[in-house]
Design a protein around this ligand. Structure first.
Ligand code: ZN
Ligand code: FE
Length: 269
């Protein structure tokens, strides 16, 4: 079985660890991986104010060229043993589609494999970083009116991200589509949101996107399941949506996390 990880962070992550590219690569080789996509958090749109207190959700634009340059050297150095893809995890932020499209038009041609993710939700003119902490999530529950309304806003935004026209270099893969469940054992949703989730999957299928099948949630103490969970993955699989494993590692020792607990291990690309 060929092992691929399509969602890996790097020393360029401002909220991650300083683990070097080589630490990730050597660990991946040890685990038997043959393909790795580095998908660092892309720089956020210049006019977007990062709601995270340290404003460290994305890498600074000034580092992007070096990130890509470092990867070009590593690709060459390891080409006999490992296919390395240079990618980004690009945020879909409601209201910033134009700036995001401009960024993608400029840098997309230099990228091999990227992910489109939602972390920020807009409500009444304010953005929150939904997955930042249980404290932020709790303030959102108050502001939105209920846990389910936060979930619904998340799924609506993911749906919009799939449908958005971000140009020909728009990422092909949708990141952790059930991230709203990160704190589900602390703030329990009353509903399954099955209908909108199914709607998202059908749009993913229609647009020929892939799904990031992300092991990180299994290790979040209030989540304890992958993004997305089993029932959703089964539906995605039956629709023929390609599932791409993502460790979402922010340190080299987190590579491979959760993989052994995922469904359809032989179908993962
Ligand atoms: Zn991150
Ligand atoms: Fe993410």
């Amino acid at each position: 079985m060929k092992l691929r990880d399509g969602h890996v962070h790097s020393p360029y992550c401002p909220h991650g660890t300083k683990d070097s590219f080589k630490m990730y690569i050597e660990r991946a080789l040890k685990l038997g991986y043959t393909e790795l996509s580095f998908t660092e958090h892309a720089p956020l749109p210049p006019s977007f104010e990062d709601p995270a207190p340290e404003r460290d959700s994305g890498m600074k634009l000034e580092f992007l060229e070096r990130y890509l340059f470092d990867l070009s050297l590593l690709k060459n150095e390891y080409k006999k043993d490992l296919i390395i893809h240079a990618g980004l995890e690009i945020d879909y932020i409601e209201g910033f589609e134009e700036e995001t499209s401009r960024f993608i038009a400029e840098y997309g041609p230099a990228l091999d494999d990227s992910i489109l993710s939602v972390h920020f939700l807009l409500k009444d003119g304010n953005y929150d970083c939904m997955d930042f902490s249980d404290t932020v999530f709790s303030t959102m529950v108050t502001r939105y009116g209920s846990v389910d309304q936060v979930h619904d806003a998340y799924y609506q935004t993911v749906l919009a991200s799939v449908k958005a026209d971000l140009g020909p270099f728009k990422p092909k893969r949708i990141g952790h589509m059930t991230l709203s469940r990160k704190f589900q054992h602390r703030f329990k949703p009353a509903h399954s949101h099955k209908k909108i989730i199914s709607g998202i999957l059908h749009e993913i299928k229609k647009g020929e996107y892939e799904l990031d099948y992300n092991g990180a949630g299994i290790f979040k103490p209030y989540c304890l399941e992958p993004y997305p969970s089993d029932d959703i993955v089964k539906e995605a699989f039956s629709l023929g949506i390609p599932l791409v494993y993502g460790s979402d590692a922010h340190q080299s020792k987190d590579l491979h996390q959760g993989r052994d607990q995922l469904l359809f291990p032989d179908a993962l690309s």
